[in-house]
Design a protein around this ligand. Structure first.
Ligand code: BES
Ligand code: MN
Ligand code: ZN
Length: 513
């Protein structure tokens, strides 16, 4: 097997497309604010009675801030935003409502996101966010506000003229226990944001420059100085030896060979069975011979979002040195139509031995995942397996942008995943897996077929993958086709690839370590 020592210059800029904002943490110190702050951001739960530093800021403006809040009928509901200019001594006061309920971590991230969205982009000035007197249930809320601001402050503008590219911002967040907040952000949460950036970069990158080997090289590069990480790259010959006919079949029509990238992170005792994260990495999905229509086909450059989220999660976990063993597997193929591409009606033999009749070459994600999950179990004997994929339009139609679909064999596990969604800020909603879904993928000429006749497309896709997952193993299937790409911004992400799954899988690892 190829080890990580393939020193080939990457085909696209290996640095992150956009540097993270630089954020510093300071105590609340009014005199220094007064002299240095041009631009302040205040979080307010009640416009009528300003508290803490907000109250002092108002006094500095001779009560004009309070008056302006009344005149503008500022509601102070969560996310409500108002900007006031030239209220001497401040050039700009941005007021953001918090609501009155105690804020949890995702809500604090949203607040940071609202702040980043309301401030001018680029490295203009050094806005100061005042995070005292917040209604919150969380220790060190500033760290989560910083995380949210960083998540929102992402731009994929590497293909724009240099003059139009955005500089990273510089923010200062004022609040109590600033040193601990800084440690929490810099030693932990910041790495999760780095993972999300990695994922967004990969999913935004045009298919022309990110094919399987390019994905591998980019990731190998990013993990270069990360400790306790081992990287394996299976090439076509390795996969042929393992009889991975499904994974190899999908890539056959492409001039770019398939790969299976495996990142193992060992943060706990060798004897601890790992958690396996397996992500769909179709570097471009044309549909193959079952060619897609032109409508939005360009978005299929992000059909590797599952694999990218696995890489991003591994980066976050390894950089913050979590005390756990995790293995990430990323099957990578490009799904192209060509004279040697697989055809509808073809039969592929998987590593497991199970044969699959191809009904649609566009149902390719489940094919590469079938071999990858089998390999994950045989080689790494995980104690839990999570797979993540932009798998079906069906999941997107059912749940849209709000929820990723979660499918398990066990209702308690689905409930646990919903809880993890609430804690991480990335929400999931269960879809079923019924014995009929397995019946529907029986094939006349092979063991199974890759798509059924019925409507529950997300469940059918899960049934195909489930055929390759041992029933005794806790298994979580995440279909992110709907949440992967945002047509408009949300508090913690601009429009485009949102890097869904890094925060979610990071939280799984925190809870199952
Ligand atoms: N990558 C697509 C799913 C997708 C659709 C992701 C829209 C993001 C947005 C997947 O490979 C696919 O083509 N699925 C087919 C399956 C069908 C042929 C059984 C689908 O959902 O239509
Ligand atoms: Mn497809
Ligand atoms: Zn696809």
């Amino acid at each position: 097997m190829l080890r990580k020592f393939i020193l080939v210059a990457s085909v696209f800029a290996t640095s992150l497309a956009y540097a993270m904002p630089s954020i510093t943490f300071e105590e609340v110190d009014l005199p220094s604010l007064q002299t240095s702050a041009q631009s302040v951001v205040l979080f307010i739960d009640d416009a009528e009675t300003l508290k803490g530093t907000a109250k002092q800021v108002d006094e500095l403006t001779d009560g004009r801030l309070a008056q302006a809040l009344t005149e503008s009928e500022f509601s102070a509901s969560l996310g409500a935003t108002e900007v006031f200019f030239a209220m001497t001594p401040f050039s700009r006061i941005t007021v953001i409502g918090t609501g009155t309920e105690p804020l949890n971590a995702p809500q604090l991230q949203d607040l940071g996101g609202y702040a980043a969205a309301a401030l001018p982009t680029g490295a203009v000035g050094q806005p100061r966010l005042i995070a005292d007197s917040l209604p919150t249930s969380v220790q060190l809320p500033q760290a989560y506000i910083a995380m949210g601001a960083s998540l929102r402050d992402y731009h994929f503008d590497k293909y724009k003229k240099t003059e139009s590219q955005t500089e990273p911002r510089r923010l200062v967040i004022h609040g109590a226990e600033s040193e601990s907040a800084s440690a929490l952000y810099n030693n932990d949460l910041r790495h999760v944001v780095e993972g999300v950036y990695l994922t967004r970069d990969m999913a935004s990158e045009p298919g022309k420059s990110i094919y399987p080997q390019a994905f591998v090289e980019h990731v190998v590069d990013l993990f270069d100085d990360v400790r306790n990480v081992d990287i394996d790259v299976l090439d076509v010959r390795d996969m042929q030896k393992l009889n991975m006919g499904a994974l190899l079949g999908v890539g056959k029509g492409s001039v770019h060979d398939s790969r299976l990238l495996v990142i193992s992170y060992q943060g706990a005792d060798k004897k601890q069975a790992p958690i396996a994260l397996v992500g769909k990495g179709i570097t471009f999905d044309t549909g193959g011979i079952s060619l897609k229509s032109n409508n939005n086909m360009w978005q299929m450059k992000s059909d590797l979002a599952g694999a990218a989220a696995v890489a991003g999660t591994l980066l976050a976990i390894a950089k913050r040195g979590e005390n756990v063993n995790v293995v990430g597997l990323m099957p990578l193929s490009e799904n192209m139509p060509a004279q040697d591409a697989i055809r509808p009606g073809d039969v592929l033999t998987t590593m497991q031995g199970t044969t699959i009749e191809i009904i649609s070459t566009d149902a390719e994600g489940r094919l590469i995942l079938s071999d990858a999950v089998r390999y994950a179990q045989d080689k790494y004997a995980p104690r839990m397996l999570v797979n993540i994929a932009t798998l079906t339009g069906s999941a997107a139609r059912a749940l849209s942008d709000e929820y990723a679909a979660v499918i398990t064999r066990d209702w308690a596990l689905s409930e646990k995943m919903m809880e993890i969604g609430n804690v991480s800020g990335e929400h999931v909603w269960p879809l079923p897996l019924h014995p009929n879904h397995f019946t529907q993928i029986k094939s006349d000429i092979a063991d199974i077929k890759n798509s059924g006749a019925g409507n529950p497309g997300a469940s059918i896709g899960a049934a195909v993958i489930g055929t390759f997952v041992d029933e005794s193993l806790p298994w979580v299937h995440l279909d992110i086709a709907g949440v992967d790409w945002l047509s408009s911004s949300i508090p913690v992400a601009p429009a485009g690839s949102q890097g869904w799954g890094v925060r979610f899988m990071d939280q799984i690892v925190r809870e199952y370590k």
